[in-house]
Ligand binder design. Sequence first.
Ligand SMILES: C[S@@+](CC[C@H](N)C(=O)[O-])C[C@H]1O[C@@H](n2cnc3c(N)ncnc32)[C@H](O)[C@@H]1O
Length: 371
Amino acid sequence: MLCKHFSECGSCVLSTPYDEQVLLKTKSIADEFSDFFTGEIEVFKSEPVGYRTRAEFGLWHEGDSLSYTMHGVNGARVMIDECPKVDAKIFNLMPVLLEAIKSDNELKFKIFGVEFISTDNEIMAILLYHKKITHLSDKFKNLAKALNIKIVARSRGERLFAPESDDERLTQSLNIAGRQYVYKFSEGAFIQPNTKVNEMMVSWALSCVKMGAKDMLELYCGHGNFTLPLSTAFKNVLATEISKSSIKSAAINTELNGIANIKFIRMDADELISALRGDREFRRLEQVDLSAYEFSHVLLDPPRAGLSQSVREFVKSYDNIIYISCNPATLKRDLSVLCDTFYVGRFAFFDQFAHTHHAECGVCLRKRNKQ
Ligand SMILES: C[S@@+](CC[C@H](N)C(=O)[O-])C[C@H]1O[C@@H](n2cnc3c(N)ncnc32)[C@H](O)[C@@H]1O
């Protein structure tokens, strides 16, 4: 990647040409998972630059000046004035926002970080402060108006949003298998950071669903990123997630997209398993008849820690598992248990994080005695 901060900034570490990186990462994944899968890994590449639609930077004060910073290769702070891996909207906003903050002493004082999120037609800057900010509300409104962006300003115990009249959620559309889906999500909740690769992941997961699918159980559903498109392949879907704001967005998203066969419930994955086992009853499930579902597929997209022991054991009772993982180490640990009774039918590598060692994988598992 052509970046003047490469080798100093610790964010991107791979220096070989992009296509070579993909080959090397694919080979390393093939070696690491050779006990579970020896077929051809399906590879989904990123744009080599301009791919990140969510990015966070530190802000460093030195005298009157203010700079963006990243962690350097040796852990030291590195001043940067551009980042070619962020998408064009963020790339263009970064210098303009910095100048606007620099030119106003109150906006500048004790600001220590900024996060950017961009979607197809919106952009938000989340400004982080080490001071009280409520009295700056008008300044944030003026800045949001002047730059035509959404702003969230945060400090300990305080959160301001501007412009006041606007919807606080961001809107994103994805094209999956020829259909456009519209999603709303909150700035504090999880989102996939590489929108183009995300579209490929969701499309791939949908393509893993075999004919004759009945109902789907999804744990870790976020705001319904996979749930909405995959629901078209099932009779009914039960999708759960621990984050309150993601589940609220998911409910909004089913309505926005005119989808009626999904029930979203806010629940910890282990709690849901104890409810499915009949060990515990939950008020949140009062309106849900768990026994009416015939789950033919389970979709799992856990955080880096992977599956808990109880989730890992329980999902073995179903016939098909689609597992999306952002951490090869925990995926490998989980496969070593699941593959007692399952085989890996398809294995995909999604290069969400070009120029880094990170790898996102997708695995399609099928019960051994099923065709
Ligand atoms: C990798 S993200 C995937 C989200 C979603 N599938 C997507 O594509 O946007 C993992 C999700 O798991 C949720 N989560 C973390 N721990 C959880 C738990 N113990 N039970 C249920 N959900 C959990 C997080 O809030 C997050 O939304």
